[in-house]
Design a binder for this molecule. Sequence first.
Ligand SMILES: [Zn+2]
Length: 480
Amino acid sequence: MGDKRLTLQSEDFNAWYNELVYRADLADLSPVRGSMVIRPYGYALWENIQAALDGMFKASGHENLYFPMLIPVSYFEREKEHVEGFSPELAVVTHAGGKELEEPLAIRPTSETIVGEMYSKWIQSYRDLPLLYNQWCNVMRWELRTRPFLRTTEFLWQEGHTAHAGAEEALEESLRMVNIYADFAREHAAMPVVVGEKTEGERFAGALRTFTIEAMMRDTKALQSGTSHYMGENFARAFDITFSDEENELRYVHTTSWGVSTRMIGAVIMAHGDDQGLILPPRLAPVQVVVVPIYRGDQPQLARHVLSEAEELAGELAAAGVRVRVDRREGPSPGWKFNDWEQKGVPLRIELGPRDLEAGQVVVAKRLSAEKESLDRRAAAASIPARLEGFQKELYARAESFRDEHTFLADDYESFRCHVGQGWAYVVHCGKPQCEQAIQQDTKATPRCIPFDGPPAEGTCVRCGEPSAYPRRVVFARAY
Ligand SMILES: [Zn+2]
């Protein structure tokens, strides 16, 4: 942590984000342009995201497996829209072992193609279905403009790939997964996401339908935080994934895919952070409670006593299931340590000094407010899990009221233009790609989704006056 203060959100939100990622020890620049090194604090955050999602995937019947990272380039040419969507971003290996390869190999940007190839071997009969598989891996997309966690050439994610006997069942699966993402975002990341379907222009390359969770950041922009796709028979036809049904008829399977990436870390940073730094939801925070012992360097005996009390308290907290750290660093002052942990977004800080110990108490400070509270030392550890749960709820409520204060219904184009400069706007839309593009050129706003629970679309398109393409309003926003 340098002496220079963090740029304020109101001064320059992008600068605030970029500085914070490095200052909070989440990531560092890599020598290769566009990629990043995820440092232990950032990786621990990812591990907590992974653990929660992985548990939800397994509870809903999915198994993990692993596909190789190199895919023959020719595979991408089998699905027309897929190749158009991904070709510009492919990184390709042409040489290996000192020789030019006979067939160039793509570093996976996503795995539908190789999954399709393997599923065509694994699936023969309706008895083999459904296949409900997921993999945790890295992927590479050669992006021109990159930002840590939000858009990097290499990133970590999970990609689920399922195959089903019929359309209805596959569609149900893709909806189940976007709802699992929404539950994760709400319950673990404390983000009140909007769940809905993408319009045609925003669909995944090769999908018939794409579902999404969209989160509002503190600058009111939207961040797509997880997507789930229903592919219909597109990939089954491209990779010849067939099965014989109960009547012994040969049919194509219906497939889905769904993914959440390290982008989720960017979402958590921008959905909750403030001018002091990160604010992490307790369920994902690598450190939920930091204990800062307070003593003076010229009183070694007292210092040892305070430190041993701090360790004892940390032991009690760990036994209560709390992720806790004691800040034993010798050099920095308590005030510097407070700032450092505030910047790292640790939900609760416990201060422990000689006077507190004498009075049989500790002081608890909450990252969400300036107030401090004294707790009875003996009862402190037992009360912390409930305080963390309370913090989690408070953080969600804060994000929800922020979102609601910046969400508008717009019925005419002038008020629409004004609202998408200040937040999200629900409008009636004609669904025409040219109309979406005209809106984007004029306002930088794009259709984020057609929210499942949004208001019904009564009236005509907010920009061109054509009839509505959808039964519900579309939410438009500027987005990352
Ligand atoms: Zn229109």
